[in-house]
Design a binder for this molecule. Structure first.
Ligand code: HEC
Length: 177
């Protein structure tokens, strides 16, 4: 039997609807991490998200002038791989358009596929509490919109996106402690 708790989140400035699902079939409510711990993990995720996104935009703005320059997207994929191997949290940059630059940068499981669906529908984030390696972890995907015109220099099809529409996502797994 699944225990589903849905609640609305108010984040500074922006209102985000998130669904927290304590979805481990074998798990009782007593094993579910407390709300404050989940909120701390979410706060951590959104802080990282802001830093990563500001960095990608800054690199694109200041260093990427032509299609031959080293893209911030490539830097992000490399950086996220190194960070994920470091063990503090897991992070991936994925496509939400169906036309990724790299075939590896796509939603890889039901959670990420559902997340992309929600982000395309206009939600800013989608999340789920899961048990991984015997520990509670927060999975959360956040929307990547076309923040500047330069993005279409390499991703021509981003020009078809509506203003604010998610063309990509960042997918996190954050330990709940
Ligand atoms: C100079 C070319 C270039 C520019 C400009 C660029 N990208 Fe990319 N982007 C790439 C490449 C190449 C990859 C694949 C990186 C990899 O997997 O190593 C990529 C990957 C991505 C991905 C992961 C999905 C995929 O398509 O593989 C997203 C999302 C993304 N970029 C968003 C953006 C956004 C948003 C901007 C504008 C801020 C932007 N990109 C600007 C070249 C570019």
């Amino acid at each position: 039997m699944k225990n589903m708790f849905a609640f609305a989140l108010c984040l500074a400035g922006a209102v985000t609807i998130g669904i927290v699902a304590f979805g481990n079939a074998a798990q009782g409510a007593d094993d579910a991490p407390d709300k404050a711990a989940v909120a701390r993990a979410r706060k951590q995720a959104l802080m990282l998200d802001n830093i990563y996104k500001q960095t990608i935009v800054l690199i694109t703005d200041k260093y990427v002038h032509g299609a031959d320059d080293y893209p911030a997207g490539s830097a992000a994929v490399k950086l996220f791989d190194i960070i994920s191997k470091g063990g503090s949290h897991n992070v991936r940059l994925i496509d939400a358009t169906g036309e990724p630059y790299e075939l590896d940068n796509v939603a890889k499981d039901d959670f990420e596929r559902e997340g992309i669906k929600r982000l395309k529908a206009g939600d800013a984030t989608y999340e789920q509490v899961v048990q991984l390696d015997g520990k509670p972890q927060l999975r959360i995907v956040t929307a990547v919109p076309v923040v500047m015109k330069k993005c279409t220099m390499c991703h021509a099809h981003y020009a078809d996106a509506k203003p604010g529409e998610a063309i990509g996502a960042i997918s996190y797994i954050i330990p709940i402690e």
